[in-house]
Design a protein around this ligand. Structure first.
Ligand code: FAD
Length: 328
């Protein structure tokens, strides 16, 4: 029995996804509390060379299932491969990103191995006394934070929101073990055929992956005014995000919402324009590296968490900022 802490290290087109790296960082902390090791599971085709990146980010070992059947994410072969690894290794904990792939894969694996799954967690810690994993997630529309434990089944499994956990600094000198794990696939495992992958023409990235976010709140005033933010985000090579007020008003799509019932982000720069800084919004962005707030109300709570505050009308400030960045 290994009793280690495992992370499903998601990759897309051969690129490791940020959430997996973040989870390796968190797993390091949990494993240290348990006196165990961190293992990452890497599934794909031609992905073995990515194992060292995971070791550099904190994994002690990487279990790689490299097979043409895993070239594209398809539920059944991925479920089969991960289930086989878990059954063979008997981990104490398995973590997945709450991405579209993680949300599809984790429940199926949990059903196959007859264990529980806590979805969409925002905090994880080991209880000092019981050594159980305390899995915390928003519940009842974000009105309460529920902490869930899985007492009787193993592994304890959770999906975790992207952006919530902090990745460790990559250290190329770290060493670890890479194990190639073989899974016997048959044609019957590929019950879905991917005929074509069409990439969206829209070049925007998920807000949890963006390094710079230009975020709009109710103070923006209308859907049209978001163009002003898009222009600023464009010259800064960032993305546009928003508060829930704008999503509720239909000014922007829900995948751009930051906060307790939206996404948790941790960009290098978060520029909050016309956002008051309600706790439900702050919960999703307060761990950004550098926060700049533009608000005409000098008492707005956003200034309590901002590194730099600009008191004034965003309609005057944002275009000037765009021109200034263009001029650099
Ligand atoms: P407001 O609070 O209305 O603030 C607008 C700000 O714009 C004000 O500070 C004003 O001074 C400023 N302003 C106005 N005009 C200008 C101008 N011309 N120039 C400069 N500044 C200007 N909210 C989220 O964002 N994300 C969530 O995930 C989320 N989840 C929630 C979950 C629950 C259970 C509940 C109850 C609420 C949740 N909310 C969430 C809503 C949250 O409580 C706030 O209502 C919301 O964040 C407010 O959005 P806002 O800051 O854009 O708007």
């Amino acid at each position: 029995m290994s009793r280690d802490v495992y992370v499903f290290a998601e990759q897309r087109d051969g690129e490791l996804q940020k959430v997996g790296i973040e989870l390796v960082g968190k797993a390091r902390e949990l494993a240290d509390d348990l006196g165990q090791q961190v293992a990452a599971v890497l599934l794909g085709s031609g992905v073995k060379d990515k194992a060292q990146e995971l070791i550099a980010c904190g994994a002690d070992k990487v279990v790689v299932v490299d097979d043409v059947m895993l070239e594209e994410y398809v539920t059944e072969p991925y479920t089969k491969a991960l289930t086989a690894v878990i059954n063979a290794k008997d981990p104490e904990i398995v973590l997945y990103g709450a991405s579209s792939i993680g949300r599809d894969l984790a429940p199926r694996v949990s059903a196959r191995i007859h264990t529980g799954l806590t979805a969409d967690c925002t905090a994880l810690e080991i209880d000092e006394e019981t050594k159980l994993l305390m899995m915390t997630r928003p519940a009842f529309g974000g009105n309460i934070m529920a902490t869930i434990v899985c007492e009787d089944f193993r592994p304890q499994m959770a999906t975790v929101r992207p952006g919530v956990m902090k990745a460790l600094e990559s250290d190329a000198s770290r060493s670890g073990e890479v194990e190639e794990f073989k899974v016997e696939f048959s044609d019957a495992d590929m019950n879905v055929k991917v005929r074509e992958t069409v990439k969206t023409a829209h070049k925007s990235v998920d807000i949890t992956e963006a390094k710079i976010l230009v975020s709009g709140g109710r103070g923006i005033g209308s859907a049209e005014k978001f163009k002003m933010l898009e222009e600023l985000a464009g010259v800064m090579e960032g993305e546009v995000s928003s508060s829930r007020a704008c999503v509720d008003s239909g000014w922007i799509s829900a995948d751009r919402q930051v906060g307790q019932t939206g996404k948790t982000v941790r960009p290098e720069l978060y520029l909050a324009c016309g956002i008051s800084g309600a706790i439900q919004h702050a919960a999703g962005m307060e761990n950004s590296d550098f926060i700049v707030a533009i608000n005409r109300d000098e008492d707005a709570p956003i200034f309590d968490i901002a590194d730099l505050g600009i008191v004034g009308d965003l309609n005057a400030i944002v275009p000037k900022l765009t021109e200034a960045v263009k001029a650099v």
